[in-house]
Ligand binder design. Structure first.
Ligand SMILES: [Fe+2]
Length: 340
């Protein structure tokens, strides 16, 4: 239990008065705080809750109460040693060191622990008929070039050709023009552009807009399965846990249109050996797609593929939910959490 509130005996000294004056500038009265002394495993948790009880932001107070409770329970339940806790903090420090403008190691950490998938499934539940969401992953970047429909997001020799097309619509099938479509993928070597040390500009990623009839189309390469980066602390942790580090091949897409919920998703070609053991828990059965081979030379030429070479075709409509439809779906997915 938290200690009883009692003002210290020397509260009236000059030093204490000055300290209290400074505390008042932050809306805090030192004399009304619980006296934090002699903390131990039985008292520390309630006392941390108690000292946070004046937080003016109710949501923040609620989230931190649960965060602290679970962290403290974790320490108690595992009897974690000082050395183990220090190595965990070192791990977090190393994870931070791997982050840059084009690499977010903490997203990767969240992904491999299943937290991204959990947050995503609670927050981005979709109504029936809408395209399901899945994890963003750590390889999205802001600097993608803008393309016209039909352009290629991949430079030449980046992999086997793929043509992607479909329509952006609402759940009733009404076309949505002007939707911003961001897409990114690995090249044929299983690497994102950001994983090349000599990356000069974005590749195998692009931004385009749906046409008046909602249609979109672009040329790309067939994505391939790949290991999550093993040069950082997260990849090493996954290996240490006895897991494989592979993601099945996928094409990321993010769709943003006025009046609709932003959709972050990805499409996973059927047949990939890692489809059912994704290192980041991202695959949903509704997002597994069948790529169709196209050998018609004229069609290949018309689509802009060099020498009319054969390619794979991915036809997929992107169906967006309105905020109202999304809210109704989330009400079903969110557990009834009592907000104290
Ligand atoms: Fe990815």
């Amino acid at each position: 239990m938290a200690s009883k509130i009692t003002a210290p005996a020397d509260y009236k000294t000059e030093m204490m008065l000055e300290a209290n004056r400074r505390a008042h500038e932050h809306g805090i009265d030192l004399s009304k705080l619980p006296q934090l002394l002699d903390m131990n495993a039985d008292t520390i948790t309630d006392n941390v809750h108690s000292i946070n009880a004046n937080c003016p932001d109710d949501r923040m107070k609620f989230v931190f109460k649960h965060l602290i409770q679970h962290l403290h329970d974790f320490v108690r339940e595992t009897s974690i040693t000082t050395e183990e806790w220090m190595s965990a903090l070192e791990f977090l420090k190393d994870t931070g060191k791997m982050c840059s403008d084009i690499r977010h190691e903490y997203i990767l950490l969240s992904d491999v622990l299943g937290v991204s998938s959990l947050v995503d499934s609670l927050n981005h539940a979709k109504p029936p008929g809408a395209t399901e969401a899945c994890v963003l992953g750590p390889f999205y970047t802001e600097d993608a070039h803008v393309f016209q429909n039909g352009d290629s997001i991949a430079s030449e020799d980046k992999g086997d050709y793929m043509y992607v097309y479909g329509k952006v619509t609402d759940t009733s099938g009404k076309p949505i023009p002007g939707a911003i479509i961001d897409t990114w993928e690995t090249d044929g070597h299983g690497l994102y552009d950001t994983q090349y040390a000599d990356r000069a500009e974005p590749d195998c990623r692009g931004r385009l807009f749906s046409a008046e009839d909602g249609s979109y189309a672009f040329r790309a390469v067939v994505p391939v399965s790949y290991p999550i980066p093993s040069d950082g602390p997260v990849g090493k942790m996954v290996s240490a846990l006895g897991r494989h580090v592979f993601r099945p091949a996928h094409l990321h897409m993010q769709v943003d249109a006025q009046g609709y919920e932003k959709l972050t998703t990805a499409f996973y070609p059927r047949g990939d050996p890692y489809l059912y053991s994704d290192a980041v828990f991202g695959v949903h059965s509704s997002l597994i797609v069948d790529l169709q081979p196209v050998t018609d030379k004229e069609l290949s030429l018309k689509r802009g593929f060099k020498d009319g070479k054969p390619h794979m075709e991915l036809k997929r409509d992107l169906i967006l939910a309105t905020p109202e439809e999304g809210l109704a779906a989330r009400k079903k997915s969110m557990p009834a959490v009592k907000q104290e």
